[in-house]
Design a binder for this molecule. Structure first.
Ligand SMILES: NC(=O)c1ccc[n+]([C@@H]2O[C@H](COP(=O)([O-])OP(=O)(O)OC[C@H]3O[C@@H](n4cnc5c(N)ncnc54)[C@H](O)[C@@H]3O)[C@@H](O)[C@H]2O)c1
Ligand SMILES: [Zn+2]
Ligand SMILES: [Zn+2]
Length: 368
């Protein structure tokens, strides 16, 4: 069928073009896209910052929509179901088998090569293959995705589904870092470096988890104000506070139990470790360049029994975790709808610009 998709053919240039989308294979579904979130990883792919990304590529990896066709082997979904598309995984490697699809052996290929698990493509233009980012390519009127990573969304009215795009990546990443990886015990203290889309979800999740101190660190006053509305008990403007680590230690009476680095600033990983108390855990979830930091392993990590952890997609098994986040959303405890700004698909350039400048925390493209 003919679709319109936002395709990058050379670094930095994204155009909406007509293309052909093939029918879903046995384990796949065809989804009519309602809305699609813009994540910083799309921009990183567009600008050539992810070495595994191959052009041409249809970008977009936070699509929500309606199932219009199901492959012969799909049992979990039917035509008419509302779904959120999320990150792909193979389903057969040992990591997928143990419920850790975010650590899938094929993660780089399936996220970034544009091919599906069998190595074939779903989008073509004049017979030439076009990649589908994250096995979906959801900046498009229609997308094909494996049912493994199309999560049924139930009990949300149609006019609200468009607010939920970031469950597929950004919100899942922030909330999952807290609820799946850290699992704070009651009355913990937790620091979030970077109050963007991912960080705000982490703050909401820390409140859900019962953290007693939730400290947001950012450089934009409006974001820190918003962080307070979502549950931050203390905020630190890193532009105004000369020693952020000392301030955190002061607020937490000696150091935080947990920290999450989602600012995209590599050097803050060091602060994320330094602000902890003994037995603490620092989680790094931002996509950045190489971090120019040096860690004194023995005094900083070994002696105080600190864990320094990396994380993809919030350590989430999306078929399990996304429905839980939907329940928190419906209960008013996960208000990610307050982070979004809507743009028509044609205004994708403006949406990317507003994401880059920080004018919009979570731009969402609409497809009529
Ligand atoms: N690991 C994953 O699975 C995954 C998934 C999605 C996004 N990400 C990454 O997570 C990061 C955050 O994504 P986002 O969408 O929330 O981005 P964002 O740009 O909305 O948020 C980053 C925040 O960091 C703040 N910041 C910038 N410099 C700072 C400093 N020196 N000190 C404190 N705060 C500072 C910014 O003001 C902004 O609010 C990005 O690097 C993104 O690529 C990772
Ligand atoms: Zn796998
Ligand atoms: Zn993303």
């Amino acid at each position: 069928m003919e679709i319109r998709a936002a395709i990058v053919k050379e670094k930095g240039i994204l155009n909406i073009e007509k293309a052909e989308l093939s029918a879903p294979k046995a384990t796949e579904v065809l989804v009519k896209i309602i809305a699609s979130g813009v994540c910083h990883t799309d921009a990183a792919a567009l600008h050539g910052f992810i070495p595994w990304v191959k052009y041409p590529m249809a970008l977009g990896h936070e699509g929500v929509g309606i199932v219009e066709e199901v492959g012969s082997a799909v049992e979990s979904l039917k035509v008419g179901d509302r779904v959120g598309l999320t990150f792909p995984s193979c389903g057969i490697c040992s990591y997928c088998q143990q419920g850790a699809p975010y650590a899938c052996d094929m993660v780089n290929d399936l996220f970034f090569s544009g091919a599906y698990r069998d190595g074939t493509f779903r989008i073509t233009q004049n017979g030439k293959n076009i990649g589908s980012f994250f096995g979906q390519g959801a900046f498009a009127t229609y997308a094909v995705a494996d049912a493994r990573y199309a999560v049924k969304i139930e009990g949300v009215p149609d006019d609200k589904i468009k607010y939920l795009c970031s469950l597929g990546c950004g919100a899942q990443t922030g909330a999952g870092a807290v609820l799946n990886r850290i699992k704070p015990e009651p009355a913990s203290s937790l620091v979030v470096f970077g109050a963007g889309g991912v960080g705000m979800a982490a703050i909401m999740a820390a409140k859900i988890a019962g953290c007693i101190k939730i400290i947001a660190v950012d450089v934009v006053p409006e974001r820190l104000e918003l962080a307070k509305e979502f549950g931050a008990t203390d905020v630190i403007n890193a532009k105004e506070v000369p020693d952020v680590v000392a301030k955190i230690k002061d607020i937490t009476n000696g150091g935080a139990n947990y920290s999450i680095e989602v600012s995209g600033v590599p050097e803050l990983s060091l602060q994320a470790i330094q602000c902890l108390r003994r037995l603490g855990t620092a989680v790094v979830s931002s996509v950045t360049g190489p971090a120019e930091i040096s860690i004194a392993i023995e005094p900083m990590i070994m002696n105080p029994s600190i864990t320094f952890a990396g994380l993809v997609e919030g350590a989430s098994d999306p078929q399990v975790f996304i429905p839980k986040l939907v329940e928190y959303y419906k209960a008013g405890q996960f208000p990610i709808d307050r982070l979004v700004d809507f743009y028509q698909f044609e205004d994708i350039g403006k949406a990317f610009e507003d994401s880059h400048t920080g004018k919009s925390i979570k731009p969402i493209l609409l497809f009529d």
